[in-house]
Ligand binder design. Sequence first.
Ligand code: SF4
Ligand code: SF4
Length: 328
Amino acid sequence: MTKGTSKYRSPTDDPLLMEMLAARGLDEVPLYSRSRRNLPEKAWRDAFERWDALAPDRDGPVGVPPVPVPDPGGMSAAIKRKARELGADDVGITELTPVMVNAGEEVPHRYAISLLVQERYTEVLGGALAVEMETIDVYIRCAEISTALGKHIRDELGYPAMADHNGTHALQAIPTMVASGLGEMGKHGSMIHREFGAGFRPAFVTTDLPLSPDTPDLFGVQDYCMHCRLCENNCPAEAIPPSDEHVVTEGYKRWLTDVEKCYTASRLRDEYCHICVDVCPYVHKENGDPEKRLLYKLFMSKRRQAGWRTPQWFIEDEEEILAAGRRR
Ligand code: SF4
Ligand code: SF4
């Protein structure tokens, strides 16, 4: 049993966000308003229907007697193969610690299997709506894959297992993913994966199936962040501080973003803000993908024309926004 210690901010009813709405006389979060411009309402409705349909299989009784596991390393390799067959783009394993679980939650299992599904970077040139649609699609796939993997462990291997994904969060994603060997935390507060950069969404399965944990994959991100500063200089809300102010949790360095400032651009506007992730050079820096490098150059050239701190925009505003940037 792991009792959580990490603070969780609900995307919809975080007390800080509620205070900010009240101070502005708003009765709903502009990003989530049903009357907002360009709301991908059907995509969100489909996502909620899919999550509801998957909910009964998220956890459940074990279906068969437990298979013997004389070799946890071999079992870990088999679970990773299974997760990839189900559609995960990368998989890692860790033993749970209290910082990986949200305060107020208790996880009755020993291990977490972390699953990543990458977002298509091509969508970045389609503007805020395209990025949001891609995010919704990837969140659904995360829920499907984690639910199917948990069911596989219960029904075919005979061990308790529970899926944890967007909307059912017991786990704190970043410490769990970092400990699972999937990447390093960047200055923008998201995890950076060698191949996907920060352009992915995670899901998890917690389980008592005997497994062999991975070790963190440290490939120089935190040193590079010290002189890169692109997320800091592009954040429209100036929510990523220029300083090296950080905390250390279980020996791991974490920079702090200013959540209140971030909300002004990511919740109090009606466009999806994904800018700190999209401007991060790790989109192509570590994997060397020439197509991603080209897309990145095109995207960054638009941001330069618009003005580095310009908020996200919808594609139909693009010419106007780029022209306004050129006049400044
Ligand atoms: S989500 Fe947007 S506002 Fe928030 S830190 Fe990233 S770029 Fe800044
Ligand atoms: S944009 Fe630069 S500073 Fe920000 S997380 Fe990425 S590498 Fe680090």
